[in-house]
Design a protein around this ligand. Sequence first.
Ligand code: BGC
Length: 748
Amino acid sequence: MRRGNVYQIANGYMGYRGTLDEFTSEQLVGITLAGIFDRVGPAWREPVNAPNGGFTSVSLGGAELSALGNKVTRHRQTLRFGNALFERQTSFAFKGTTLTVRSARFLSAETPNLGVIRFSITCSRAATVTVRTGIDGNIWDLNGPHLLGLAATRRDSVLFVEGRTNESSKRVAVAETADIDFGKVTYESRGNRSLRVVHLRAEAGTTYTFHKYFAVFTDNDAVRGSVAEAAIETVLQARSLGYEDCLARHGARWQEKWNRSDVTIEGDDEAQLALRYSILQLLMVAPVKGSANSIPARALSGQVYKGAIFWDTEMFMFPFFIHTYPEKAVELMRYRIKTLDGARRKAKTEGRGYRGAFYAWESQETGDDACTYYNIGDPSTGRALRTYFRDKQVHISGDVAIAMWDYFRLTGDDSLLLEGGAEVILECARFYYSYAYYKDEKRRYEILDVIGPDEYHERVNNNAFTSMVAKETFTIAIATVNHLRRRHPKELRTLLKKLRIEGELPAFRDAARRLFIPGADAKTGIIEQFDGYLGLRESSVKELKARMIHPDEYLGAGQGLAVPTKIIKQADVVMMLNLFRTRFSAEIKRANWEYYEPRTEHGSSLSACAYAMVAAEFGNLDFAYKYFLKTAKIDLEAKYKVYVGSVFMGGSHPAANGGAWMTAVLGFGGVHADEKRVAINPRLCRKWRRLQFHLAYKGDDFRMNITKNSVTVASSRANTRVHAVLVAGKPVKCSPGRPVTVRYRQAR
Ligand code: BGC
C-alpha cells in the first residue's frame, strides 16, 4: 500500500500508483485523473479513477501469479527519477520453474492521455504460460463506483472500456492495444474487464516481450470527435511509433523539466536523494498546459482529501513553479481564475453572507467548497464533529491573491492580471472588507472569528497570520489598480465598471493602512497567535497524546484535547514569519520559533518546512536541517498515517515536496526575489559543500552555484538583458552568458 505511493508515476493528466501489473482494486491500483470529479450518494465527491489499462497477469501451468500470493525468489522495483519510469522485476518459483516478469511503465510527458508499458517474461524451463493483458474495469475507489454502465468492447486489436460518471454523466473512455508477436491470442471480456489472452508454450531461457499502450480520455478533453475515437486513435498512433520512440520523446520532455528544476547538493547524498524525489513529485503532477487545473493536497496519488485543492498549492507548491517553471505556475493561477465564480458563490452563502471571493477551503473543479461542516469523525463515538475549516479559514482568499500578484512580480508578465487575475485580487480584497470589523474606539479594522493555519484553535480573533494575509490583499489590490492604471487604463476602466468596485477602493486603501496585526511583545519578541492564546494552558504534545482515548482521536474541534491548551497543530505565527520573511528581524524569528516549536505537534505535513525555513533565516542551521530532512523525506519514507478511522489517508504530500525545495533554495540558498531584483544570502548547512540550482526570473534563466564562500550567478546565454543581482549584500551586474562569481562570508 505504501509502496503504491512511493513508486507512483504521473504526468499531470493522471497519476498511476506504483502497484504491480497483476494487481487489482484490492491492492489499491489507482489511475487518478486530474480535474474530473464525481459523487455517489451522500459520500464525498472525489476525483475519478480510470479503468486500469495497465493490467497484465501471468499464469503458469494454469495458476495466476501474484507477487503477493506466490513464492517470489527475487523482486526489485525502481522509479527512475530522470524520466519518471517505473520498473519491476519479479522472479516467481512455481513447481520447479522460475518465471521472471519484467516491466517498465511511463505516463507520457508528451501525450498526456497516454500510458506505455513494456512487459516481458522468461521461464527457466519450457512451460505453458498464459498472459492476460488489457483493461481492468474493476477499480479501486474510496467512495465509488463512479463510472456507470462500464462496458467493454473491442475493435480489432484495440480493447476499449467506457463509462459515464454518476453525477454529470461525463464519459471516461480507456483504449488499449498491444503488439504481441508470440503465442496464440484470444479475447476475453468478462463484466467490465476486457482482456487479451495469450497462450504460449514458452521455451526455456527465451524472453517474450510485448508493448502495451493505453489512453484515457474524458469529456473534459477538447477532442474533435468522440472521446472513444480519441482514445483509440491515440493508442494506435503510439503503437505505430513504438515503445522506444514513445520513450525517447517522453525522455526528451523530462530532460527539459530537469534542466529547469534540478537542484544538486554536494556533500549530502541523503538530502540530495530526498530533494530530487520531492522535485520529481512536483514535476510529475504539474498541470498539463492549457488545462487550468491545479494540484490537489494529495496530488494524483489517489482520491484522498477529495482530490481537493487547498492553500497548500499557493503557499507551498507555487513557489517552486514560479521560481523554476512559470508555465506551470500560470496554470495553477488560471485554475483560481476559472473557479472565481465558485468563490463568489461561497462568499454570498457563507455565514452572514459576504461580498467578493471567498475561495473554497477544499476546491474541486467548480470552486464550490467540497469541505463539509462536519468534516472529521470522532473515532470513539462515530459522531461527525463540527469543524469550521470551511467557513472560517478565510486566509485562503489572501493566499490566492498573494500568489496571483507574485506571478506578476516575479515574471514581469501582466497578461495574467488582464486574463482575470486582477479580478480575483479585487474580489478577494472585497471579501476581506466585508469580513473585517471596524473597531471604532481603536480606529482600526480587525479580522475576527477565524481559523488560522493551526486548526486546533477555531473561531479565534486577530489571528496574526490571517490578518497579515488580509492586509496584504488590500495592499496588493491597490497595487494592482495602480499598475493597470499606468499600463492598461482601458482594461482597468472596463474591469472597475464590470465589478462596480471603484467606489470601494478608498476603503481598501484605508484597510491596507489600518488593519490590525498583533505585534511582537516589546520584551520577549513573541507575537501572540491570536487574542488570548498566551493565556491558554501550558501542555505538551506528549501529555496530550498520553491522554488520548483512541489513537486516531482528533485534537481540535469542540472538545479536542488541544483546544484549551497552547498546543498547536502546525506552524502558524512561524508560517507568517516565513511568508513575510523580509518584514521581520532575525531576533523576532528566533524568539517565535523557540517559543512555538515546543508547542507544535507538526500534525500537518505543512508544518516542518515552515520551521525549517525560519530556522535558516535566523541562522540555526542544525534545526533547519532537521526539519528540512523531515519535509523532504516524508513521501520516500512514507511515515504518516495511512488510515484515520476507516478513512484512507495515504498518498503523496506535494506541499511538503514544495517545502523541501523552498527550504533548499530559498532557505539554505537564501534566495529572495521581488519585483526589483533577485537577492542571494546563502546559509549552507554544515554538510553541504555546494548547492546548485536554476532560477527563472522575469522571463530569464539563471544558474546559481553556491559554496561556503562563493556564489556564482550564471545568466543564461539566451537571456535578454542585464540583471542586477544582490549577492550577500553586494550588487552585481549579470549579463547573458557571463557568469559572475562573488566571494562572501557566510553569516553566523
Ligand atoms: C492541514 C491544512 C492543509 C490540509 C491539506 C490539514 O491537515 O491542517 O493546513 O491544508 O491538511 O494538506
